[in-house]
Ligand binder design. Structure first.
Ligand code: HEC
Length: 197
């Protein structure tokens, strides 16, 4: 029998993902703040996990996973006083402002046009941009990838953390370069010279 979150938790915020499932931010007595997506996110690769939504996990198993993730990886207080930009964009980004913010925060490693530099490859390659979502780019810009040497939002320019708006703008500029038909024209394609084969 599925347990109703209404009796166990207070809903802090409920976010709709286009026509998809809701993401619930809950506050529970036992576990503090929990973000729940038991039903998956439709039109993305995020499947439903709860049995009640057609997935393979019982409520107890979902609980065990959440508890395990928290106890293994949560680092309470690590962001105290840091004010990171919101996980979901709070406002529309502007590509023109994004280009200039990219110059300030990113160009030193990725090159003025994002095509790569001494420390990294191109991040404006059409095939790359076709493979990643705007949310992925936003998350990456905020949290970085420490294991690869990609800085988080406050370490691109030391002492000058990116604002929420700047993150949205940089993502808008990157996204504006995503081609309609990725991977084409084929780089080695020769124009058809005519004649019969
Ligand atoms: C100090 C150097 C440095 C700065 C500054 C920097 N990056 Fe990076 N970034 C890296 C490195 C190193 C990687 C990993 C190597 C690679 O992907 O080429 C990386 C990877 C990336 C990737 C690809 C990640 C993936 O695996 O999908 C994106 C997108 C990216 N950076 C965006 C940005 C944006 C946007 C900014 C500015 C807000 C920025 N970076 C600033 C060094 C930097």
């Amino acid at each position: 029998m599925g347990r109703s979150y209404k009796t166990d938790a207070v809903v802090l915020r409920s976010i709709r993902f286009s026509e998809a499932d809701r993401v619930l931010h809950l506050y529970t007595l036992e576990r503090g703040r929990v973000n729940a997506i038991a039903k998956g996110v439709r039109s993305t690769a995020m499947p439903a996990f709860a049995q009640s939504a057609g997935g393979m996990l019982s409520d107890e198993q979902v609980d065990a996973i959440v508890t395990g993730i928290r106890s293994s990886w949560a680092r309470p207080g690590v962001l105290d006083g840091a004010h990171p930009p919101a996980y979901l964009a709070q406002q529309k980004g502007d590509p023109a402002r994004g280009k200039s913010a990219f110059g300030t925060y990113c160009a030193s490693c990725h090159g003025a046009a994002g095509r790569g530099g001494p420390q990294s490859g191109s991040i404006v390659d059409g095939s790359y941009l076709a493979l990643v979502s705007d949310q992925y780019l936003r998350t990456l810009t905020i949290v970085g990838r420490r294991e690869l040497g990609a800085p988080d939002w406050r370490s691109d320019v030391p002492g000058r953390p990116m604002t929420d708006q700047e993150v949205s703008d940089v993502v808008a500029w990157l996204a504006s370069q995503r081609p309609d038909v990725p991977g084409q024209p084929y780089p080695t394609a020769q124009p058809f010279a005519g004649g019969s084969e």
